[in-house]
Design a protein around this ligand. Structure first.
Ligand SMILES: NC(=O)c1ccc[n+]([C@@H]2O[C@H](COP(=O)([O-])OP(=O)(O)OC[C@H]3O[C@@H](n4cnc5c(N)ncnc54)[C@H](O)[C@@H]3O)[C@@H](O)[C@H]2O)c1
Ligand SMILES: O=P(O)(O)OC[C@@H](O)[C@@H](O)[C@H](O)[C@H](O)CO
Length: 375
């Protein structure tokens, strides 16, 4: 069995590549980082080292690499021959890998079984986004692939770029929408195939990622060097708890989760952030703030839904305001965020960045946060 994985970074090597290897796939990593691909091509194996109570060390073998900047044709050929195509490149990069996947589908024999395509990004409907980009103007290729949304969860902090080994937490969860496969899911024993992905992706994004981001932005302002240290500040912990109290109310009401089980899930997320053996930075967790302030992301989407239900979202709205102060050097979106804050009036900022206009009940509170951040 052959798998092609776009993005040989932290999640690529430390999670998706590992689980595909454990499932028996030969994995071809496709990336635009020439040095990383050279290392993958030169190596026979790399290690994924877990830290935590249930830690283990896994050795990944049977892989190769393709630099799609230098040789897009080879990447397309790999897709044409694959049983499974996955990616973990970041939601903003999907548009760059889509043409390569399209070229692979064009080269795929019509007699071949459809390839399973699954985006492994922190975003609702990331595979739908990828499918639309791949099939744009090429709808006849739709029969050559099955596109399935997924939710991925494993904290993998910045790694030593000089090597391939990856240090990860012992926790992982990969949920995949079963329904597009019509009974013919790919064999990936470590993944859960579910009949409805919405509860899985929203619980994960609006608990793990909302809590993570709320911690990172408050920690950034406080000058905390790690996420774990930020959470030791009582005021930061209280702000994170308030944001998660909001999303917990929404998730329990929307999906009917057992309140105690959901409280345990949220508490476990905080414990994971505090893992002393896995130091993670406010810069990484806060990266690309414009993405995180957007309409369907970790603050605005749950806050909007709460207000639409006649509820409040004070913790999420405060976290949104905190995120506006993120100005990490080297983060292009942080620089753009600060530029937009000075150039746009608050209502225009909220409409452009967060997709909320004056007709929405959340708009006044977000406008207040933006106005305060501009002072
Ligand atoms: N790190 C985590 O804890 C974690 C956990 C769950 C989900 N995710 C999600 O996984 C995705 C990847 O995150 P990451 O932490 O692994 O990032 P990363 O930066 O470590 O890896 C991304 C990789 O994509 C490569 N890339 C960039 N453009 C490319 C292109 N055009 N073609 C092929 N490869 C390209 C980069 O060179 C890099 O190696 C993101 O959507 C992230 O939200 C991350
Ligand atoms: O990857 P991002 O930028 O969407 O979010 C940063 C972190 O919150 C994220 O990578 C988590 O570590 C991960 O989602 C845990 O599963």
């Amino acid at each position: 069995m052959r798998a092609v994985h776009f993005g040989a970074g932290n999640i690529g090597r430390g999670f998706v590549g590992l689980l595909l290897h454990r499932a028996g796939y030969e994995v071809t990593f496709v990336d635009v980082n020439a040095e990383l691909i050279a290392m993958l091509r030169a190596a026979d194996a790399y290690e994924v080292r877990e830290v935590g109570a249930d830690a283990a060390v896994h050795t990944v073998t049977g892989f190769t690499g393709i630099d799609s900047s230098a040789d897009p044709e080879a990447a397309a050929r790999a897709v044409a021959d694959a049983d499974v195509v996955t990616c973990a490149v970041g939601p903003t990069v999907l548009r760059f890998i889509a043409p390569v996947i399209r070229a692979g589908l064009e080269r795929r024999p019509e007699s071949a079984a459809p390839v399973a395509v699954m985006a492994c990004e922190n975003a609702i409907g990331a595979t739908d986004t990828l499918r639309d980009l791949v099939l744009d103007g090429a709808e006849a290729l739709a029969a050559r692939a099955v596109f399935a949304n997924t939710a991925v969860d494993r904290i993998i902090p910045p790694q030593d770029p000089a090597g391939l080994d990856v240090v990860v937490e012992d926790f992982f969860e990969w949920s995949i929408d079963r329904t597009p496969f019509a009974g013919a899911e790919p064999a990936i024993p470590d993944a859960h195939f579910v009949d409805d992905l919405a509860p899985s992706i929203e619980r994960k994004l609006f608990t793990v990622n909302t809590g993570h981001a709320a911690t990172a932005y408050a920690g950034w302002i406080a000058g905390a060097d790690t996420i774990a240290h930020a959470l030791q500040e009582p005021a930061i912990r209280a702000a994170v708890d308030a944001a998660l109290a909001d999303t917990s109310r929404l998730l329990v009401a929307k999906f009917g989760f057992d309140p105690d089980a959901h409280a345990a899930y949220a508490a476990r997320a905080i414990e994971r952030f505090q893992n002393p053996a896995l130091p993670d930075t406010c810069e990484r967790i806060g990266r690309q703030p414009l993405r995180k302030l957007s309409r369907h992301e970790r603050f605005v989407q749950p806050a909007a839904e709460l207000l639409e239900r006649g509820d409040r979202a004070d913790g999420l709205i405060a976290a949104y305001g905190t995120a506006l102060r993120f100005d990490a050097p080297g983060d292009e979106q942080a620089a753009e965020l600060q530029r937009l804050l000075t150039e746009l009036e608050p209502a225009a900022f909220v409409a452009q960045v967060s997709g909320i206009d004056g007709a929405h009940p959340l708009q006044p509170a977000l406008v207040d946060q933006v106005a305060a951040a501009r002072r």
